[in-house]
Design a protein around this ligand. Structure first.
Ligand SMILES: NC(=O)c1ccc[n+]([C@@H]2O[C@H](COP(=O)([O-])OP(=O)(O)OC[C@H]3O[C@@H](n4cnc5c(N)ncnc54)[C@H](O)[C@@H]3O)[C@@H](O)[C@H]2O)c1
Ligand SMILES: O=c1ccn([C@@H]2O[C@H](COP(=O)(O)OP(=O)(O)O[C@H]3O[C@H](CO)[C@@H](O)[C@H](O)[C@H]3O)[C@@H](O)[C@H]2O)c(=O)[nH]1
Length: 432
């Protein structure tokens, strides 16, 4: 299929966050004329100057390209969405009451768009929204609405948008479905046509399944410790089974980020409302909370030598505060959850993260820009995010700087043998 469409379609995008900005920049790259609207004036000013506020490889280049060839424009004026033939909604849907998504920002945008869209316009919902939302939006706006959920991962946003595993188009109206599918004509990906309800649920179902998989492996790591098995070997064996697959099998301090926690809560809420006790998912969420407790307990034991030891007044070094490697995002970061708990037990925390934004300030964690400072006089070092560069630190030097050369590797990132040679007592998750 061709890289650029013959006739550029006018596309509007509401929201210039991880999803909206990626969608806008990638659609412009595919040859569409895109106007991206965000209510955050500072963000829009920065974007107009080519400054991309989030760390996503390739995104600054696409924004720059779009600005310079005129395919991409930014504004704070929602009236700019009156002209395009297709309008994407990429607005936040954070957790609200009792786990249900808070659709406040989403509905605010709808209220402003009502009566102001061009006749025949197709509204495309990319936000992760509860089943039934597309139909509700169609009733509210009086136009065709297509559910086209987004599956990109943070840190891989541009790559995942341009090389998706699948594109889902949930629509009641065949013409609208074809118009949305046509936007992706330049991509080599399976296209699934379905109903809005199935598309909406497929998004939650995918994230919830990943959460269950990650919780399963975290519980498995605990079992490995009790039985004297090594979780690294166990999951490698499991992952070679094509039906299981090797992705999402790494134990850690719990799964976090802006999506998995809120989307599992939302799906549990939806299931509950329908009368279904979705216990597999509820247990995965509960296991995720326990995982934070486990990592805190392991740090306490490793550093004080006893399960009941006190962390009060001890200096601890923390490697990683983002919710995973490759992103600057700390929303619902399990690393921060563990750090907060350690601080609550009286530990004094110094942290380093190669991806954290320069202006990030944390209440109980002193952020430094040199990993050696993390080790200085520390009673232990805790690895909480899976940044690969932590492997390449000069661990022998870190060990010398520390008061006690103990490392708790809550990501199984480091080589226990190498750490032993560097003089460290090594504590991983589910390792012999
Ligand atoms: N972050 C991800 O990796 C990801 C991936 C797939 C799907 N999603 C879903 O996509 C949606 C957006 O997520 P995100 O991470 O991009 O959010 P975000 O918080 O990064 O960005 C949302 C943007 O919308 C803007 N905004 C808020 N109200 C607005 C309004 N009325 N009009 C115009 N702009 C407005 C905000 O200023 C912000 O820039 C959510 O439903 C999320 O669940 C996120
Ligand atoms: O083996 C693993 C894999 C992941 N994680 C953790 O799981 C969380 C989520 O990771 P990831 O899925 O890579 O993060 P996101 O960028 O939030 O992406 C998820 O959420 C997005 C928003 O809905 C979806 O679009 C993506 O498909 C989905 O992977 C992070 O805390 C990871 O550290 C583990 O602990 N072990």
């Amino acid at each position: 299929m061709s890289e650029r469409t013959a006739e550029p379609a006018g596309v509007g995008v509401a929201g210039a966050g991880y999803v909206g900005l990626t969608t806008a920049a990638c659609l412009a790259h595919l040859g569409h004329r895109v106007t991206c609207v965000d209510t955050d004036a500072a963000k829009v000013t920065a974007l107009r100057a080519g400054q991309v506020p989030i760390a996503e490889p390739g995104l600054p280049e696409l924004v720059e390209q779009g600005l310079s060839d005129g395919g991409l424009a930014f504004t704070t004026d929602l009236a700019a969405l009156r002209e395009p033939a297709l309008v994407f909604l990429c607005l936040p849907t954070p957790t609200g009451d009792r786990g249900a998504p808070d659709l406040g920002a989403f509905d605010d945008a709808l209220a402003q768009l009502r009566g102001g869209l061009r006749p025949g316009c197709v509204v495309v919902i990319k936000s992760t929204v509860p089943v039934g939302t597309a139909d509700r939006v169609a009733d509210t706006l009086g136009v065709s609405v297509v559910s086209n959920p987004e599956f990109l991962r943070e840190g891989h946003a541009v790559h995942d948008f341009l090389h998706p595993d699948r594109v889902v188009v949930g629509a009641r109206d065949e013409t609208a479905a074809r118009a949305v599918a046509g936007l992706y004509a330049g991509l080599d990906a399976p296209l699934l046509h379905t109903t809005p309800a199935s598309a909406e649920l497929a998004k939650y179902a995918s994230n919830a399944f990943l959460a269950v998989k990650a919780s399963y492996v975290n519980e498995l790591a605990e079992l490995c410790e009790r039985l004297g098995a090594d979780v690294v070997d166990v999951v490698r064996t499991m992952g070679l089974d094509n039906r299981i697959g090797s992705a999402f099998l790494s134990p850690g301090p719990g799964w976090g980020g802006s999506c998995l926690p809120k989307d599992t809560r939302a799906l549990l809420h939806t299931a509950g409302e329908s009368g279904l006790d979705f216990s597999v998912l509820a247990d995965a969420v509960a296991a995720n909370a326990r995982q934070c407790d486990r990592v805190v307990a392991k740090v306490r034991h490793a550093v004080t030598g006893s399960a009941e030891g006190s962390l009060a007044g001890l200096r601890l070094g923390v490697l990683g505060v983002t919710f995973k490697a490759g992103t600057d995002d700390v929303r619902e970061s399990p690393a921060l959850a563990v750090a907060e708990r350690l601080a609550a037990e009286g530990a004094q925390l110094t942290a380093y993260d190669p991806g954290a934004q320069a202006d990030l300030r944390l209440e109980h964690v002193h952020l430094v820009d040199d990993p050696l400072l993390v080790a200085k006089d520390a009673a232990g070092i805790v690895v909480l995010t899976d940044w690969p560069q932590f492997r390449d630190l000069n661990w022998a030097q870190l060990g010398q700087l520390a008061e006690q050369a103990t490392v708790v590797d809550a990501r199984n990132l480091l080589d226990p043998g190498e750490l032993g040679q560097a003089g460290f007592a090594y504590w991983g998750l589910g390792r012999r």
